[in-house]
Write a new protein. Structure first.
Length: 65
């Protein structure tokens, strides 16, 4: 079964289920990442080559609190 990693994350952001995010310099074997924390307790790491795209997506769809 195919899991659309980025599609599911973007859907959750659009549905305003993102609770917060943080940048990490040394996350497991990935190095510099953006960690996205969601209301359901799941955490998704985003590699550095996709961070700019995700930050634009977050600014567009996330709640302004």
């Amino acid at each position: 079964m195919y899991f659309n990693y980025h599609g599911n994350i973007k859907k959750k952001i659009k549905e305003q289920k993102l609770s917060h995010y943080e940048f990490r310099d040394d996350y497991k074997n990935l190095g510099y990442v953006l960690l996205l924390y969601f209301n359901d307790g799941k955490v998704y790491p985003i590699r550095k080559e996709n961070i700019v795209l995700y930050m634009e997506y977050i600014e567009k769809y996330a709640k302004n609190e």
